[in-house]
Design a protein around this ligand. Structure first.
Ligand SMILES: C[S@@+](CC[C@H](N)C(=O)[O-])C[C@H]1O[C@@H](n2cnc3c(N)ncnc32)[C@H](O)[C@@H]1O
Length: 272
């Protein structure tokens, strides 16, 4: 037991010391590290496999260095200018730094208009495994009374940045680093977004999709899947994820499901 604990402590410290993965939730590093220690022949192999997995579920989406401090200053200036187009351009530019939001930029306006037209009035949103998606807030058709927004992802500095972004926008809520596999956010909200999140989360915990759809305390869920891989291949992905989603929903007869297909993204709006 002690030996296992020492190995896990060593592995977590080694991951946290690396420039690429040091910013990730220690809870997630520990969970993946423990899984890999069981599977691999040595602690060094487990370390390598842990870093690979962290790359697959998070690091692979960033292909350039983020500039959070500069972006905050630019966002403050754009918001103060009162020029909506300037703010939209800047948000879109920043969203190019995360592959998942980058591929949604050409369809953003239509994406949120169509999704919100399937929802009752929305006053509160939970964004699970959010990436840089909170920067899409200016494209969301929100009610005049405003919205509360709660965002979660595994990167500490990204969540600090997004918390400041919410403040700049005058939006109530929070952005917190969280491994949602171990701590499902429990805010009562009108709608929860699980945008392209399940394929990542299920790489670490196969039951994640099943559990999250049932345990998130929201009557409305927006669950989406990529239609192309990060490398651009798309063969059979739509059919594969549609079948997977239907399997997760299983025999929940009460749930109403609306299916929307966008270029590059398959979306299910679920009313529970
Ligand atoms: C495919 S991206 C989707 C990002 C965003 N929802 C969107 O659609 O643009 C998957 C996101 O899941 C995050 N992630 C992976 N594992 C996570 C975990 N255990 N808890 C919270 N977020 C996680 C990654 O950091 C990444 O930002």
């Amino acid at each position: 037991m002690d030996r296992n604990n020492n190995q896990l402590t060593w592995l977590v410290d080694a991951v946290q010391a690396s420039a690429k993965y040091g910013d990730i939730s220690p809870d997630l590093i520990t969970r993946i590290g423990a899984q890999e220690l069981v599977k691999r022949r040595s602690v060094k192999e487990a370390l390598k496999a842990t870093k690979n997995k962290l790359h697959q579920v998070g690091g692979a989406y960033f292909d350039a260095k983020e500039h959070y401090i500069r972006w905050i200053n630019e966002l403050k200036m754009a918001a103060r200018s009162g020029k909506r187009e300037q703010l939209l351009d800047l948000c879109a530019t920043i969203m190019t730094y995360h592959a998942s939001t980058r591929e949604r930029i050409p369809i953003l306006a239509r994406f949120y208009t169509q999704i919100f037209s399937e929802l009752p009035p929305v006053h509160s949103i939970l964004d699970i495994a959010c990436g840089l998606n909170p920067l899409a807030l200016p494209w969301m058709p929100l009610s005049e009374e405003g919205v509360e927004y709660y965002a979660y992802d595994i990167y500490h500095s990204m969540m600090d940045f997004l918390r400041e972004w919410l403040t700049i926008m005058g939006i109530q809520g929070d952005a917190q680093m969280c491994d949602v596999l171990q701590a499902i956010p429990l805010q009562q909200v009108d709608v929860a977004f699980l945008l392209k999140a399940l394929p990542c989360l299920e790489q670490v915990d196969k039951s994640a999709g099943y559990r999250l759809l049932r345990e998130i305390p929201a009557h409305n869920l927006v669950v989406s899947f990529p239609v192309h891989s990060l490398g651009g291949r798309s063969k059979g992905m739509l059919e594969h994820y549609e079948a997977h989603f239907r399997e997760i929903v299983g025999s929940e007869q009460e749930w109403e499901v609306t299916r929307l297909v966008f270029d590059r993204e398959l979306v299910f709006v679920v009313r529970k």
